[in-house]
Write a protein that binds this ligand. Structure first.
Ligand SMILES: [Fe+2]
Length: 178
């Protein structure tokens, strides 16, 4: 995929998120036992804390301010991105509550994975191309430096049997699945 290299750290995190979506859906489709779904729900709670929260923060504090230098304060894409971040926090919260209350986990896991996929697709297919088109070369390179300085430690991919992945290095090619 053709993606400005300064956005690669965020795109790699999107790829890991899509991997968690595919793996979790496979467990649901194969009627995994409840104990397995409980484990996945706990993995999502950790993934939210260790991967999604810093990822959202980097987008909100570093990416969007640069974009907003070229867009209106009420830009629809910015509004959608922020609204979806809050919705994703809520869906993780719903899942955690369902797990604690011994309630059904298929519905909250399905809602969360569907929302994660839609959000990643929106950012990769709509938001990032707009950002690549309007940010200056200096804005893109300073963003890339900030992102590379704060690449997170390896995280467990929900549904991945404990498999840990490290956020990408600068030079690794991005997968086509994005
Ligand atoms: Fe994102």
């Amino acid at each position: 995929m053709k993606r400005n290299k300064n956005l690669h750290p965020l795109s790699w995190e999107h790829h890991h998120t899509l991997t968690s979506v595919v793996l979790t859906r496979r467990h649901i489709k194969n009627c995994a036992p409840r104990a397995r779904l409980v484990q996945i729900a706990r993995e999502f709670a950790a993934f939210h804390r260790e991967a999604l929260l810093p990822h959202f923060r980097h987008e909100e504090e570093w990416l969007l301010p640069r974009y907003l230098r070229h867009a209106s304060a009420g830009d629809a894409a910015v509004t959608r991105l922020l609204r979806e971040h809050v919705t994703l926090h809520r869906l993780v919260y719903d899942l955690t509550l369902a797990e604690r209350n011994s309630a059904d986990l298929v519905a909250p896991l399905t809602a969360l994975t569907d929302a994660l996929e839609a959000h990643v697709r929106f950012e990769e297919r709509e938001m990032f191309p707009m950002i690549e088109a309007v940010l200056t070369a200096d804005e893109l390179s300073s963003l890339g430096e900030e992102l590379l300085r704060s690449v997170s430690d390896a995280v467990v991919i929900p549904g991945g049997d404990g498999c840990r992945v490290k956020a990408a290095s600068e030079n690794a090619p991005l997968p086509d699945s994005l």
